[in-house]
Design a binder for this molecule. Structure first.
Ligand code: ZN
Length: 96
């Protein structure tokens, strides 16, 4: 059975810069405003800056793969099946 990981950790520092498409030029940047701090704390996004072109912005530190979608569907199916079983048990044995 394949891994059911939904999110795969990824470090944008080894990825491409959205500004100049150079690989490995991004490095972590400090949040300047309250809004940036909030985004940084609440989401999977981190601030990055490019050494070459000066691009600055948020990059996700997690990637969402096609396998993730399959895992989510599988989890939802399991939740639904469990809910149906519980409902069946409740209506058969408890509620009369
Ligand atoms: Zn760049």
């Amino acid at each position: 059975m394949k891994s059911l990981k939904i999110f795969v950790h990824r470090d944008p520092q080894f990825g491409k810069c959205p500004g100049c498409n150079e690989i490995g030029t991004l490095h972590r940047s400090r949040a300047r405003s309250m809004k940036e701090q909030i985004i940084k704390k609440l989401t999977f996004f981190s601030l990055f800056r490019c050494r070459t072109c000066g691009w600055r912005g948020f990059r996700s530190t997690f990637s969402f793969t096609q396998q993730s979608v399959k895992s989510i569907i599988l989890y939802l199916a399991m939740i639904l099946a469990t809910a149906l079983i519980i409902r069946l048990v409740l209506t058969k044995f408890i509620i009369r």
